[in-house]
Write a protein that binds this ligand. Sequence first.
Ligand SMILES: [Zn+2]
Length: 141
Amino acid sequence: MHFEIKYGKNLPKELKNIFKKAIDKYSEIIPTWCHVIYVKHEEPDEDGSPAHIVVQEKYREATITLSTTILSEEPKERIDRIILHELIHIAIDPLATVAQKIINKAIENDKLKVWAEGQLEEKEEAVIQDLLRIFKKYPPS
Ligand SMILES: [Zn+2]
């Protein structure tokens, strides 16, 4: 693999194994600029999402947080798809970051800025879900 994975000490073994399997399967998605992926394990956010990611292209790293509730996801294959969703975020982050920079620079009207950011987030998530569907139909060998 062209990147390193650093697991948090509190990550349950079962979850670590699920993540390892997923990253082996989907490692080609990770762009070469990403040198390190940190995997953290924390209480879910206020929105209760099972996972989230922070990508910092300029530091060549991404931090995936798998929530303490993720292991209760059913069916179990859903965890694999949640992880894949987060990994795709890494691949499309440069585009999302540029779009955010354009919004910041070009839009002065606060209301319009909030709307544009909402659109960006919604479309980014939708594109990822579309790509997930393609991966489900044509899984990597
Ligand atoms: Zn997402």
